[in-house]
Structure formats: C-alpha cells, structure tokens
Design a binder for this molecule. Structure first.
Ligand SMILES: [Zn+2]
Ligand SMILES: [Zn+2]
Length: 266
C-alpha cells in the first residue's frame, strides 16, 4: 500500500511550489492511498532571513476543509503540520498542536547549532561521526521534551545537504545516540519517519542497520514520506522505499488519523 505522510503545498509553506489541486491529481495518479499535508511551522524561528516560519492555523483549518471536499474517495487526505523543534519551544509546540483538529503532527529538527542544516556553514566541516552523534542527540532531546506529536521526521536530515560523495548516516556512526533516540520514540509510542528526500538527494537508501536496530528494540511504528515541495516529488522513491522496507522485515506501515495511529500491511 502506497502512503506518503509528509508533504508541503505553496498555500502555507513558503518554500513549496505544489498547489493542492496538483497535489491531489498527482497523488491519485501515482496510486497513493493515504497522504498528509504537513505545512511548516517554525515557532520562534531563529533565522530572520529564513522564510519558513509560521502561518494562520485557523485559516489552514478552513482551507483544508475545502481541500478535503474536492479530494476524490480513492485518496485519504490528512491534515498535518510539521513543527521545527528548538529546546525552548517544546512547550509551545505541545500547546499549538492542540489548537486545531490535526490528523498528524510531525516533529522535526532542522537546526544544527542553531542554524538550519540547509544554510549551515559549520555542519559539514565537522567529522562525520561527530556531526551525526550531535544531531541524533538533539533528536532524542526533542522526543524526550515534547509530548503532543505523532512522528519524528527525517532522522537523517543532517545528511540531506551533504555534498561529500558516498557519505550515508550509519547506525555505527553513533549507536549509543541512536539507541537513546529509539528508546524515547518507542516508550512514547511515536512513529519513526523514513523520508525519501535525503535518499534521493544523496543517491543512497538509508542504512539497513538503522531500521533493523529500531525493529530489534521493539519499534513497530514506521511511516513513509517523500517530504515533497514540488509536484514531481510526490511519489519520489516511495515504491522503491516500500520494497526496501519489506526486504528488511518491516511488515506494517502507519499513519495518523485524528491523532490516532492507523496501521496497514506494507
Ligand atoms: Zn523538515
Ligand atoms: Zn517537510
């Protein structure tokens, strides 16, 4: 079953170009059965030049009701949001996540030492293992400090803008840090997102050992997404990643509807 639980539109995410009509049309054509729109919400954004900030949630809720009406039955459209985490915004995120009837709430860490990885001049100067350990430690803190969310998004975001050829984010880079992250996710019954956008950009699938370790520790909730910002990326590597997950022994995929987990056979 094809699902995609993390996508942006141009209506509320300033860095996205897809209209909702393009989104629906393409998702249906690709045979995606469940898809979430998860617009960026960077509360107290530290970077004034960064245009990804916040939006009017009530307006989004209103618009989404119209989107849902025009969506054909073969596609289940979910109303989501993607919060950008910072240590001091944990309680604000928990609060804001309750202000609208979201189906699915993603929690992301886009920052490395206070700067989005996308703009950071520092991150790729650090040794690979050090940068990965530091980023995954922050993910653990994010999951430990927040409660009102469903999914920890793109655990490999730190490697997304890496131009060094061949570098992947390996479990062996920081096993202790990955274990702490997975332990927190599993204890809180939150889902691990496998996001195809980094894989597509670095031209490598995720390290199988990351997913195997999550499963071995008792992790059951995996959600799959392409994090699309343009219509061409709605189905990006989704069928291939589904096959890859099956090959690693993943049996079920999940999403969230009305903030409750739903699982289906992969
Ligand atoms: Zn993100
Ligand atoms: Zn995103």
């Amino acid at each position: 079953m094809l699902t995609n639980t993390h996508n942006h539109t141009c209506h509320f995410s300033p860095d996205a170009h897809t209209t909702i009509d393009e989104f629906i049309e393409n998702a249906v054509r690709l045979g995606i059965k469940v898809a979430a729109i998860t617009e960026h919400y960077e509360y107290d954004n530290p970077d004034p030049d960064d245009n990804i900030q916040t939006f009017d949630i009530k307006e989004y809720e209103k618009e989404f009701r119209k989107w849902k009406k025009k969506c054909p039955k073969e596609l289940e459209l979910l109303m989501g949001i993607e919060f950008g985490y910072q240590t001091h915004t944990a309680s604000d995120i928990d609060r804001i996540a309750s202000t609208a009837p979201f189906d699915i709430v993603l929690l992301s860490n886009h920052l490395f030492r206070g700067v989005d990885v996308f703009y950071s001049k520092e991150v790729y100067k650090l040794p690979v293992k050090q940068r990965h350990a530091e980023y995954v430690t922050k993910l653990s803190e994010m999951v430990e400090n927040c409660n009102n969310f469903d999914v920890a998004a793109h655990y490999d975001y730190v490697n997304k803008c890496n131009k060094e050829p061949g570098v992947n984010m390996l479990y062996q880079d920081c096993p202790k840090e990955f274990d702490r992250f997975f332990e927190a996710l599993i204890a809180k019954e939150k889902a691990l997102e496998i996001n195809t956008s980094t894989s597509a950009r670095i031209n490598q699938m995720p390290d199988p050992e990351v997913i195997k370790r999550y499963l071995a520790m008792g992790g059951r909730l995996i959600t799959l997404s392409s994090d699309s910002h343009v219509k061409e990326n709605i189905g990006l590597l989704i069928p291939e990643m589904r096959e890859f997950l099956i090959s690693l022994g993943v049996k079920e995929i999940c999403w969230f509807k009305d903030r409750k987990v739903v699982t289906a056979g992969l």
